[in-house]
Design a protein around this ligand. Structure first.
Ligand code: MG
Length: 319
């Protein structure tokens, strides 16, 4: 049975050319370029809470890093390095091999290097800490939304929640539809390039991890503003568009796990927003605007106001 050091050595060790010193000493040593700030974030994935027991380990490796990269994307930061703390019930070689390839493939795609970590025996639990770099003062922050800003969202939010509903038995999807939306749930694509391209263009940004409206509320509170959202302007992928309207809206507005970017930008920057979107190859859609009056107002396609009935996912409210 491989020990703690063998696991890191065998499955996770890679050259880390951007670190002054990578894995192997008591600490890694990192050197930011002059004028850059570190953007640092940590996220924990617990079996049974954030993912189902028996989830494909390759997809799990991808997702564990993707959700952390998504936080860097939301700040407009360029991924630099990460640390991995892993609790495993048993050192299963096939599981480790698949998990590390899912993780390191995404790491290579974004040029982010593993510079340290820890492994221990215990219930399956993945905790990653990511570090990114952003030019001083240019990070996209939650407290930077201003009245008059347009509100934009990337991609098609709600797909991950559509998959989750099937897996929980809330509704049933065709096998082909399930396959498509399940990939969105289990292998989200962090919008790193889009976040980087939005620096100096967008005001505030957040990644949609817990639900579009709930995450928007974090921005509104931090910025001390309100917003109007045109509910039916939120784009839906074909599988979600075919659902009953109430389900579609609930998935789009309250579903989590999509890891799309929600951001605000002054109206005079809309051309630049579209350029950033084209640069990143990610669709963006205008879904509302920031208003001075506090609170969140929802409007349907006919301009009728709608009740604010979409509670966001909150881990501490769940049984
Ligand atoms: Mg986040």
């Amino acid at each position: 049975m491989p020990g703690e050091f063998d696991i890191i050595e065998r499955y996770f060790r890679r050259p880390a050319p951007h670190a002054a010193l990578g894995i192997g000493d008591d600490c890694a040593l990192l050197q930011p370029a002059p004028g850059q700030q570190w953007a640092v974030s940590t996220d924990m994935l617990v079996e049974g809470r954030h993912f189902f027991a028996g989830t494909d380990p390759r997809r799990l490796g991808h997702k564990a890093l993707a959700v952390n990269l998504s936080d860097l994307a939301a700040m407009g930061a360029q991924p630099h390095s990460f640390l991995l703390a892993l609790a495993l019930p048993a050192p299963d070689a096939a599981w480790l091999q698949a998990f590390s390839s899912g993780l390191l493939e995404l790491a290579d795609a974004h040029g982010i290097e593993l510079v340290g970590g820890d492994t221990t025996r215990g219930p399956l639990n993945l905790c990653l800490t990511v570090l990114g770099l952003v030019p001083g003062g240019l990070a996209l922050r939650r407290d930077a939304a201003r009245a008059g800003d347009e509100i934009w969202v990337s991609g098609t939010p709600g797909d991950a929640r559509l998959a989750l509903g099937h897996l929980r038995g809330e509704w049933e999807l065709s096998p082909a539809a399930l396959e498509r939306v399940r990939a969105r749930l289990e292998q989200p694509q962090p919008r790193v390039q889009l976040g980087n391209s939005l620096r100096g263009v967008a005001h505030a940004a957040i990644d949609v991890s817990d639900g579009l409206l709930g995450d928007l509320l974090h921005v509104l509170r931090a910025s001390a503003v309100g917003a109007r959202i045109d509910v039916d302007a939120v784009p839906a992928a074909p599988d979600l568009a075919q659902q009953p309207v109430a389900r579609r809206r609930a998935c789009q507005l309250a579903g989590g796990d999509d890891y799309e970017l929600l951001f605000t930008a002054p109206a005079q920057h809309s051309e630049e927003v579209l350029r950033a979107s084209a640069q990143a190859g990610v669709r963006v859609t205008r879904i509302g605007c920031i208003e001075a009056e506090p609170g969140l107002r929802l409007r349907d396609a006919q301009g009728r106001s709608m009740p604010m009935e979409f509670a966001s996912f909150d881990h501490f409210l769940q049984p």
